[in-house]
Design a protein around this ligand. Structure first.
Ligand code: FES
Length: 170
């Protein structure tokens, strides 16, 4: 009876020791993982985070005539700390109809020069390397590889708002 008792004491001790040593391994790896998470989070967080949805008011609905394409300047989506407090960007905004607008990014899809709108020719022209875009933003001539980027536009009460987004660099 007493040997059995000892035996089971020993077993309990061993298993407690095993348990403790396993615990320390488990705790050790949790600790390592926990220590690693903030670092990984710190590195990837800016890449994973969806940019906040921002809308910039570029004018009143009554400022824009149907059929006209005008330049509007607005604050960028997310001015980066190193680029200064604000970063301005611009778009060519066309009022297609009473309630429909199209906003073309001003940057040429070749190397990013600001394009000009020629109302008579109804073309966008890039002064840098002769890129030409039709009025719908598609490429007419020159080196630009892609149509002009467009921004979402909405009408909010009596205001016209553009949703800026980063320009992919080609
Ligand atoms: S940047 Fe516009 S054609 Fe090169």
């Amino acid at each position: 009876m007493s040997t059995e008792h000892h035996h089971s004491d020993n077993e309990q001790q061993i298993s407690r020791r095993q348990f403790l040593s396993r615990m320390s391994i488990v705790l050790g790896s949790i600790g390592a993982a926990a220590a690693g998470i903030p670092v990984i989070g710190f590195i990837f967080e800016p890449l994973l985070r969806k940019p906040p949805e921002v809308w910039r008011t570029v004018g009143l609905l009554s400022d824009f005539a149907v059929g006209q394409t005008v330049k509007v300047v607005f604050e960028d989506a997310s001015p980066l700390p190193w680029s200064g407090v604000t970063a301005k960007t611009a778009a060519w905004l066309r009022r297609e109809s009473d309630d429909k607008f199209t906003a073309y990014a001003i940057n040429c899809t070749h190397l990013g020069c600001p394009v000009n709108w020629l109302p008579k020719a109804t073309l966008f022209m890039c002064p840098c390397h002769g890129g030409v875009f039709y009025k719908d933003g598609s490429v007419a001539a020159g080196p630009p590889p892609k149509p002009l980027q467009t921004y979402p536009v909405r009408i909010s009460a009596d205001k016209v708002q553009i949703q800026p987004s980063p320009i992919p660099i080609t």
